[in-house]
Design a binder for this molecule. Structure first.
Ligand code: SF4
Ligand code: F3S
Length: 364
């Protein structure tokens, strides 16, 4: 994890044996995610190659370590991994070799040496019911968060627990769990929810910071719009079946075998904003719906408490075309109209994405 202070992505690339072509492919993916034209993808590559490393302190509070697992058990070797190597991960009590006093003093040294510049990443919620419910090196989570946030340039709340309270905050919330944004009011807090979040989304936010020196634009829930701007339903490959009213009624019926829509089996895709249907998981192999299970809504606030996982939200009652035409309907049909409009709006951007190729980027 330790790199010289003047290390750049360019140096790390050659050290890691990752080809320039793979790197450019990653930049094209980022440009597509940010809805930028091909020329901007080149600019991203140039900026990222020469970006200095950023110091990162990662604190884990009330969590299951799934967020770290998601990141580290992604695919190797990858440019996303390289971005993580490129940052100076000065403190992460799951991943670091140091322990005890040595670990804590590394954190304090980094905070002092990089005051005002380091990124603070947090996974897990913070218990306010009793400071002793969760501690690190004898320090309560709330005290450690407030101390570490003081000198941070920005705070990234990774995972639904840090972003919204998550499972620890589910009713009756026995520890008084709160999200990071409940406590940090004087710094930018960016939420990267998901249970766990998609690895490329976490690294995409870091790459944005390295490239542009700033955090991406956020939605009303503090999530980066580039990754959380559309619902799963907007981009779901089963959407044509939804629009035709073809639904699986059980996990082993004919509809399920034919890959029909999982709405009646409780899919929360119509009300869940995340990038699973486009970036997918495990290096783009699949995502829950492709594996035959509906979306649970894991990137939305309070998803543990919003009703049974296997009960439909409500029933679609009319066709998307009628909804888009202005028919007044309630529930998920209205959601479908929004999704329909979003898809139309994003059409031009998608077309722009498709012309950004590695070959384009390699041209002088
Ligand atoms: Fe896909 Fe779920 Fe929407 Fe059906 S309801 S189209 S499975 S996101
Ligand atoms: Fe979560 Fe739904 Fe994606 S459950 S992993 S947001 S498909």
């Amino acid at each position: 994890m330790e790199r010289p202070a003047d290390s750049t992505v360019r140096l790390a690339l050659s050290e890691a044996g990752i080809s320039r072509r793979d790197f450019l492919g990653f930049c094209a993916t980022l440009a597509a995610a940010y809805a930028l034209p091909a020329a901007q993808a080149k600019a991203i590559a140039a900026a990222l190659e020469n970006a200095p490393r950023a110091s990162v302190i990662w604190l884990s509070f009330q969590e299951c370590t799934g967020c770290t697992e998601s990141l580290t058990r992604s695919h190797t070797p990858t440019v996303e991994g390289l971005i993580l190597e490129q940052i100076s991960l000065d403190y992460h009590h799951t991943l670091q070799a140091a322990s005890g006093e040595a670990a804590e003093s590394a954190r304090e040294l980094s905070m002092r040496g990089n005051a005002g510049k380091y990124l603070l990443i947090v996974d897990g919620s913070v218990p306010l019911g009793n400071p002793g419910f969760s501690t690190i090196a004898g320090v309560s989570n709330v005290d450690m968060l407030m101390e570490a946030a003081k000198g941070a340039a920005a705070v990234i709340a990774v995972g639904t627990c840090a972003a919204y309270g998550g499972l620890p905050a589910a009713q009756p919330n026995p520890t008084g769990a709160v999200p990071v944004s409940h406590l940090i009011k004087d710094k930018p807090v960016i939420n990267v929810p998901g249970c766990p979040p998609i690895p490329v989304v976490i690294t995409g936010v870091l790459a944005h910071f390295l490239t542009f020196g700033a955090l991406p634009e956020l939605d009303d829930f503090g999530r980066p719009k580039v990754f959380y701007g559309e619902t799963i339903h907007d981009r779901c490959y089963r959407r044509p079946f939804y629009d035709q009213g073809k639904f699986a009624n059980s996990f082993d019926d004919e509809g399920a075998r034919k890959g029909w829509c999982l709405f009646k089996l409780g899919c929360k895709g119509p009300v869940t904003y995340n990038a699973c249907a486009t970036t997918k998981w495990n290096n783009g192999v699949s995502f829950p719906i492709q594996s035959g299970h509906g979306c649970l809504g894991c990137s939305e606030p309070g998803f543990w408490d919003v009703g049974p996982f296997y009960k439909a939200l409500s029933m679609p009652t009319i066709s998307v075309q009628k909804v888009a035409g202005g028919a007044a309907v309630a529930g998920v049909a209205a959601g479908a109209a929004v999704a329909f409009a979003n898809r139309a709006k994003k059409g031009a951007a998608k077309a722009a994405h498709e012309v950004v190729t590695v070959d384009d980027l390699e041209k002088p």
